[in-house]
Design a binder for this molecule. Structure first.
Ligand code: IMP
Ligand code: MG
Length: 189
């Protein structure tokens, strides 16, 4: 098991992170999802809408592996103020800039935790009457879900631990780690 110690991060300093998904494992799973999407959207040109900032690595890798044409746009919302606690409310910070009416939309997210962000995004996209909307999330924490939500494409189901890397951050740090790391299970944040 690969580990790394958190440095220069106030109360998090000294915490030991464990690598839970290596680059190779992520790459293989993203490839599988891309194959599935390519098959299911054959003959269509979906618009991938990445949820900033966390989804950028996943979206880029997924899009590069698709065998079909696609378009790319972004939306930005905020649900986490800081640290690892959700504020419970979702705010739109940047809207999409493309027209999605009658288009096939795939919302691309890094992780579904409570599901509040996912539900907000799906409603927001549906207001513009797309031909279809699906949700692709690299990670999903089933134990944390506070409402009914089903994503069409999920990379990995994970336990209730705070994760960083491959786009996921803690207070804007660790996004650029190429693999996914978990904070300790019983960490009292
Ligand atoms: P939800 O609205 O509670 O489902 O939270 C979704 C958002 O919270 C994600 O898009 C992430 O930005 C953030 N988030 C949730 N869990 C984690 C985590 O374990 N690590 C980093 N960010 C997380
Ligand atoms: Mg996010």
């Amino acid at each position: 098991m690969n580990t790394r110690v958190v440095e220069n991060m106030g109360k998090y300093t000294g915490q030991v992170l464990e690598e839970i998904f290596s680059r190779e494992v992520i790459e293989k799973r993203v490839d599988e999802l891309a194959k599935q999407i390519s098959t299911e959207y054959a003959g269509k040109v979906p618009i991938l809408i990445g949820v900033l900032n966390g989804s950028v690595f996943f979206l880029a890798d997924l899009a590069k592996r698709l065998d079909i044409d696609c378009e790319i746009d972004f939306i930005k919302v905020s649900s986490y103020h800081s640290g690892t606690q959700s504020s419970g409310t979702v705010r739109l910070l940047k809207d999409i800039s493309c027209i999605i009416t009658d288009r096939d939309v795939i919302i691309v997210e890094d992780i579904i935790d409570s599901g509040l962000t996912a539900r907000f995004l799906k409603h927001r996209i549906l207001e513009n009457q797309p031909a279809s909307v699906a949700f692709a999330s690299l990670l999903f924490k089933p134990e944390c879900l506070k409402l009914e939500f089903e994503a069409e494409y999920v990379g990995f189901e994970v336990a209730d631990r705070f994760l960083v890397g491959y786009g996921l951050d803690l207070d804007q740090k660790f996004r650029n780690l190429p693999s996914i790391w978990a904070f300790p299970v019983n960490m009292n944040l």
